[in-house]
Write a protein that binds this ligand. Structure first.
Ligand code: PEP
Ligand code: MG
Length: 564
């Protein structure tokens, strides 16, 4: 039996066969000068690959005839592949230069996509990514490049990989994965958050794990002790199975907290909300006894959509359906929906939102900055949100605010949206509160100014910690420096609470600190009464709070604040 030590990212024990995900390799397009005499041979190769991909798409079109959305997508692909205009232009471009066909094809595809993106027509802009996708398949065939397809992962396996992106994790959650063993990722990374939300045991920061375990080996992921075991003997397996049973009965015991209010030993009430990333998780939140949704990360919704073969973003109608379903599910309980927090590690591959490669994406065009650069997308999202507002108790939240100006600009767009809906006689709630995430030092230290334009604050401790200490939350090699109890972080939180109280606006915490047993006591002692966490942590946190008095909580936090 081999033992690997890492960092726990999601508790629980999982046993399964290893599925080792190969390193993702990007398609590299070669560029070379070619002789005139080899042109026909190169063009012939292109035509052969075009025919192969066309035949494949045509088969998929027939196979998916019962799924309207998929078959329409394949039909679009098929028509694009066989568009005589595009082929004619490509041939002209190829025969008038002395460059290899792969390079010319890639360049022509990008040129066409750019043209569609800038057409100003929503339908055509949506086709831009489709054209890149489909001619990308032709290029893959010509280059004999086989990209890894996450959809091929079987049910019940333990995923072993160097790294995983959040959208792949969403796909994997549907495969009932037994565990995750990764080299990269910190405990507040989005993959870690998703693993906890879906109850997948996970251990990260495992050096070279993908080259030390082979697919098919039996693997145990012990998220409680941050250990991974390969090829365990029968006795060890028996022990692990016993522990899994014990955990299951502990979870059953905690279930009684689903229906009780969160209160301290001396009766102080807390509101415990859930963080969700998909519409379906609202059901889980309700089942687990959440007082509402404290954070709906809408970008995960968009990421799973673009991952399932569709390139365009959810349109207004689809967003409206998703938001109103969550609001209806929560039966009048508060539901805080955050506008798109894309960028950084949460990449969305869509023609509506073009995210350029950035040298330092976490400091780059992400979250509200990206939305304000793409006001049409923000407007569509706000329209869908306002339209859904009549189905429940909605609050809108803006991510990564650093300036009052960003809030004002968004409020202006929200006002336009309300005016439009009113003139279209579409019902909506005009009084939906609009609040902000406090997740940068700039926001925490200017909380007094931001409180004047914000209806509420929600402290995003994941980003607040990363930006305050200057430690990438996704990077396993600096994970030991990622310290949510750093006095700098605690003072930011303290200042935000003080200013929110002064301004009389609600303040909550929706970062991972809110759902961790160690940190929640400190937050509660500092005065936080609204906590938002993974639905799976709700009962555990309710039980924990019931064991302390307010005085005890205050003493825990003051010790922490004076620990340096
Ligand atoms: C945070 O930064 O704490 C937060 C809740 O947002 P996200 O984890 O989605 O960045
Ligand atoms: Mg954040």
């Amino acid at each position: 039996m081999n033992v690997f030590l890492g960092t726990s990212a999601s508790k629980g024990i999982g046993i399964g066969k290893a599925f080792v995900i190969p390193e993702t390799v990007k398609r590299v397009i070669p560029r070379s000068k070619i002789e005139e005499s080899s042109r026909d041979e190169q063009w012939g190769r292109f035509e052969k690959s075009l025919a192969t991909v066309s035949a494949d798409i045509s088969k998929k079109m027939t196979d998916s005839k019962d799924n309207k959305i998929q078959s329409q997508l394949y039909e679009t692909y098929f028509l694009m592949l066989n568009d005589p205009e595009f082929i004619k232009e490509l041939k002209n471009a190829f025969y008038s230069h002395s460059l290899n066909i792969e390079f010319v094809l890639d360049r022509q595809t990008e040129k066409y996509a750019r043209h569609l993106r800038s057409s100003g027509n929503e339908y055509l802009a949506e086709r831009a990514q489709d054209i890149c996708d489909i001619f990308g398949k032709v290029l893959d065939d010509m280059l004999d490049f086989q990209p890894f397809n996450i959809e091929t992962v079987p049910n019940g396996v333990v995923i072993v990989a160097t790294q995983l992106n959040p959208s792949d994790t969403i796909v994997l959650s549907k495969r009932k994965i037994a565990g995750l063993a990764l080299t990269e990722g910190g405990i507040s990374s989005h993959v870690g958050i998703l693993a906890r939300n879906y109850g997948i045991p996970a251990v990260f920061a495992l050096d070279n794990i993908a080259s030390q375990i082979e697919s098919g080996q039996t693997v145990v992921v012990d998220g409680n002790n941050a250990e991974v075991f390969a090829n365990p003997d029968e006795n060890s397996l028996k022990e692990f199975r016993k522990k899994i049973e014990e955990e299951n009965s502990h979870r059953l015991m905690l279930e009684k907290f689903r229906s009780v209010e969160a209160r301290t030993k001396d009766g102080e009430k807390f509101s415990i909300f859930a963080n969700i990333g998909t519409v379906e998780e609202a059901e889980i939140a309700l089942q687990e006894g959440a007082d509402g949704i404290g954070l709906f990360r809408t970008e995960f919704l968009f990421m799973s959509q673009t991952n399932s073969g569709r390139s365009s973003l959810f349109n207004e109608e689809e967003q409206f359906k998703a938001y109103s379903t969550v609001l209806k599910t929560m039966q009048g309980k508060p539901v805080t929906i955050r506008t798109l927090d894309a960028g950084g590690d949460k990449l969305i591959n869509s023609p509506e939102i073009h995210i350029n490669e950035e040298k330092n994406p976490l400091m780059g065009l992400r979250a509200i900055r990206l939305s304000l650069e793409n006001p049409m997308q923000l407007k569509t999202q706000l329209r869908a949100l306002y339209r859904a507002s009549v189905y429940g108790n909605l609050k809108i939240m803006l991510p990564l605010i650093t300036q009052v100006e960003q809030v004002k600009k968004t409020l202006e767009i929200a006002r336009t949206v309300r005016n439009e809906l009113a003139s279209e006689k579409i019902p909506f709630n005009p009084d939906v509160p609009i609040g902000i995430m406090v997740e940068t030092a700039a926001a925490a230290l200017t909380a007094d100014c931001l409180a004047k334009t914000s209806d509420f604050f929600s402290i995003g401790t994941n980003d607040l910690t990363q930006y305050t200490i200057g430690v990438d939350r996704e990077n396993a090699s600096v994970a030991s420096l990622y310290d949510e109890f750093h006095l700098g972080v605690l003072r930011m939180i303290q200042n935000t609470i003080t200013e929110a109280e002064k301004a009389g606006i609600e303040v909550s915490v929706c970062g991972e600190m809110a759902g961790r047993k160690t940190s929640v006591l400190v937050l509660a002692g500092m005065g936080i009464r609204n906590l938002s966490m993974s639905p799976k942590s709700i009962c555990e946190i309710k039980e924990l709070l019931s064991k302390y008095t307010v005085k005890e909580l205050k003493s825990i936090s003051s010790k922490q604040l004076n620990s340096l």
